[in-house]
Design a protein around this ligand. Structure first.
Ligand code: FPP
Length: 311
């Protein structure tokens, strides 16, 4: 339980209140959330101070208005833990503007920056993004080069901000086949963010879902051959623990931008019970608002995991 005190211009209008973790309250149309056994209160307009059993006092940073003030509030207690995104439509975005495709990818990096920030603020645990698939090598050499350069640039330029946002960088895919420069930047980014505790940004690079399953079969087979594992011990859980995503929960929600309705060899095992949200925006146009809308769509779904609801 926490006590919330309003230190605005009309303090007497708002008597201190005691609230339990997970509950919401409102001040002048803005909605606030109390998190955990202590608190975390977010405000768009009022300056709010909170005290936890009279012990701790903290001033809270404002949130962006469009998150806090959106009409139909996203339920903070039912956020997806893991969001996966197929960032599609960079090429079409550029084409619509008569720009080279490389500009579409560049705009795509900016969209990624915004989404990482928003996920971090929302305290999403994991964000997995499909940045380069095993099939993307089939694109013209120049375009592949641009994507690799953008990756290296992104890691160099954004590392500080990622650090400030407490983000942990992780990768999945055949990283050893990427250009050496990209590999070095990735290793550096992973090492420097290893101790962080916030959002895990999982970059799917040179990633293919089928290749991941084959790799997993191979690694389990080796364990069996070496006598470390018995065939009977292989079950869904053990298999999942050997995938590239080991240690991460399966995605709760998959977003694909640009209206295409296919999986494109992404997370084939892990998406078994994931809610799929297809949005029409091209990836470079997909911003914070669109993410909130996608989360709201996810929250309206009835997740049964193959069972039925009895109430
Ligand atoms: C699909 O759009 C997008 C990609 C193949 C690459 C996604 C990459 C980024 C968003 C930027 C780079 C990422 C990092 C981590 C720096 P498309 O080119 O297939 O679009 P189209 O279907 O309209 O042609």
């Amino acid at each position: 339980m926490i006590e919330v005190q309003y230190l605005d211009s009309e303090p007497r209008k708002h008597e201190p209140r005691t609230l339990s973790g997970g509950s919401f309250f409102e001040v002048r149309g803005s909605r606030f959330e109390v998190r955990g056994s202590k608190f975390e209160v977010r405000s768009a307009r009022s300056e709010v101070r909170t005290s936890s059993m009279g012990v701790e006092i903290m001033r809270v940073k404002p949130w962006k208005r469009d998150i806090v003030e959106s009409e139909d509030w996203v339920a903070m207690d039912r956020l997806p833990r893991h969001i996966a995104i197929i960032m599609d439509g960079n090429g079409r975005w550029a084409q619509k503007r008569a720009l080279p495709r490389s500009m579409g990818h560049r705009a795509g990096v900016e969209a990624l920056r915004q989404i990482v920030k928003t996920c971090s603020k929302l305290k999403i645990q994991v964000l997995t993004v499909y940045a380069f698939s095993t099939e993307n090598w089939r694109r013209p050499k120049d375009e592949v080069g641009v994507l690799m350069t953008l990756l290296t640039e992104y890691l160099r330029k954004e590392l500080l901000e990622l650090q400030q946002n407490n983000v942990i960088i992780r990768t999945m895919g055949k990283i050893n086949d990427l250009p050496l420069e990209a590999q070095h930047e990735l290793a550096h980014a992973m090492e420097s963010t290893r101790e962080n505790t916030g959002l895990i940004l999982n970059l799917a690079l040179n990633y293919g879902g089928r290749a991941e399953i084959i790799d997993t079969v191979k690694s389990l087979s080796k364990e069996v051959l070496s006598g470390k594992l018995r065939i009977e011990e292989i079950d869904e859980q053990r298999f999942g623990e050997s995938l590239y995503t080991r240690g991460l929960p399966d995605p709760d929600m998959l977003i694909r931008t640009s209206g295409e309705i296919r999986l494109s060899n992404f997370l084939l095992w892990q998406l078994a019970y994931t809610e799929i949200v297809i949005v029409e925006e091209l990836w470079p146009d997909f911003g914070q608002k669109a993410l909130i809308e996608a989360i709201k769509a996810y929250q309206k779904r009835d997740r049964r995991f193959g069972g039925i609801h009895t109430n």
